[in-house]
Design a protein around this ligand. Structure first.
Ligand code: FAD
Length: 418
């Protein structure tokens, strides 16, 4: 049976677009299926979104030829400052301690998506179907048949089928591909929303990313440009809705009360948007001829800024695994080979589990009003600041460098194969 495409990627968000590029890079054909028009969204609150990229993600974006387009507008994080409201103890980590130009970067989601769209348009081995929604699948010995509904309308009558060797669900936390593959998932609602915007601080941020824990949830104030900062303020839903529409004066006063005055006055200078926060973890990330990546596979709280960074590592290692198999099996190569997919899932599990547990631990420990916990949290922060080994380990993990040597080996195999 002949395939229409080696890999069908469902979902053209940041995770799906990164995977499509990584897989095309190793010489496989890709069809990217996106339910909305495949373009950068117009909504100002969506355009306001930023992502803190680890240094490891920068290295991987360089390999995909994306960094030159993203790096120019990305703000380097030279220092990390972690503190807790109304408590002693703080941790600082400096890029200089690691001989790196930056611990990470704050990039605009729009800039990233624009760079990916441009690369995808120029890539002959990627076909884009958008707007088109994944509806169902049927798996056979030789491939997977997808039924897609073309057009933006949910009741559009135009359906199409597509046969692929492997389907990748990159269709977000409520993944329809995950359900069609029969993969179970557990969703824990944090009962919080992340309110995002841009603020202009009175004092220079000096390349420092601030993370401040409050009983309501963490507040991140991250360098965005020379003079502005990206704000990610976690709040209980009711308060988040109130702050989303509050007058600027009321908003700024409430923020100052929670964040303190370490950057002087924070002036609200961007549109506001807010997003519900939940953790979704799947029983597995592979099934017969199917893989899940990005939020479809694991959707995390943004407190540790790890969700997308993890998705990029998943995408690049999957591409490298496919490349290795293509090289070994040549004409017999099957992109849905169960042993290959199982080996990839097993190799990725420790990183996925560690990041998910680390993120959840931070959120539950530091966003808790239980009496006595505040002193324990303060002690933890003081302990961390005094223990260089633990601090360095955390810093390496958040920079996404702990995996770098292994990934480097795999990617060298990949480049030998193409
Ligand atoms: C406030 C906030 C801040 C964050 N900050 C960070 C950070 O600093 N660092 C970090 O690493 N991560 C961060 N994250 C996480 C990060 O945003 C996500 O992990 C990342 O965007 C990956 O998303 P995705 O592509 O998997 O899913 P999505 O962005 O949800 O994309 C899914 C895509 O699939 C499409 N789709 C859905 N259903 C179908 C269907 N049936 N057929 C076809 N297409 C379909 C959708 O239209 C959509 O385009 C943050 C998250 C939030 C909410």
């Amino acid at each position: 049976m002949s395939l229409d495409t080696d890999i069908a990627v469902v979902g053209g968000g940041l995770a799906g677009a990164s995977l499509a590029l990584a897989v095309a890079e190793v010489g496989l054909s890709v069809t990217l299926i996106e339910a909305k028009p495949f373009a950068v969204p117009d909504d100002p609150a969506v355009r306001e979104r930023t992502t803190a990229l680890s240094f490891g993600t920068r290295v991987l974006f360089e390999r995909l030829g994306l960094w030159s387009a993203i790096g120019d507008s990305a703000a380097p994080i030279e220092r990390l400052h972690v503190s807790q409201k109304a408590s002693l103890g703080r941790v600082t980590v400096d890029a200089g301690e690691y001989d790196l130009p930056a611990l990470g970067y704050v990039a605009s989601n729009t800039a990233m998506l624009e760079a990916m769209l441009r690369r995808i348009e120029a890539e002959p081995s990627i076909a884009v179907m958008a707007p088109a929604s994944f509806e169902s699948l049927e798996t056979t010995e030789q491939g997977v048949d997808l039924t897609l509904r073309e057009g933006e309308e949910a009741n559009s009558r135009e359906t199409r089928t597509l046969t692929a060797g492997l389907i990748v669900g990159a269709d977000g936390a409520g993944s329809a591909v995950r359900q069609a593959l029969g993969i179970g998932a557990k969703r824990d609602d944090y009962k919080q929303r992340a309110l995002i915007s841009t603020v202009t601080p009175e004092c220079p941020h000096g390349g420092t990313a601030f993370e401040r824990f409050t009983p309501d949830g963490p507040i991140a104030v991250l360098p965005r440009s020379e003079s502005t900062c990206a704000l990610v303020w976690t709040l209980p839903p009711e308060r988040a809705h109130k702050m989303e529409t509050a007058e600027s004066v009321e908003f700024e006063a409430a923020l100052a009360e929670q964040f303190g005055t370490r950057l002087g006055k924070l002036r609200l200078t961007g549109p506001r948007g807010s997003y519900p926060l939940a953790r979704t973890l799947c029983d597995t990330t592979v099934a017969r001829r199917g893989v899940l990546i990005g939020n479809a596979g694991h959707s995390l709280h943004p407190a540790a800024a790890q969700g997308f960074n993890l998705a990029v590592r998943d995408a690049l290692t999957l591409a490298a695994t496919l490349a290795e198999h293509k090289h070994l099996y040549s004409n017999e190569f099957d992109p849905g080979d169960p042993d290959m997919l199982g080996a990839w899932a097993e190799a990725r599990q420790p990183d996925q589990q560690r990041i998910a547990n680390f993120t959840d631990l931070i959120v539950r420990t530091f966003s808790n009003r239980l009496p006595g916990l505040s002193a324990i949290r303060a002690a933890a922060l003081i302990g961390l600041s005094l223990s260089p080994t633990t601090r360095h380990d955390i810093a390496r993990r958040s920079m996404g460098l702990a995996l770098a040597p292994a990934l480097d080996d795999m990617l060298q195999t990949e480049s030998r194969c193409v």
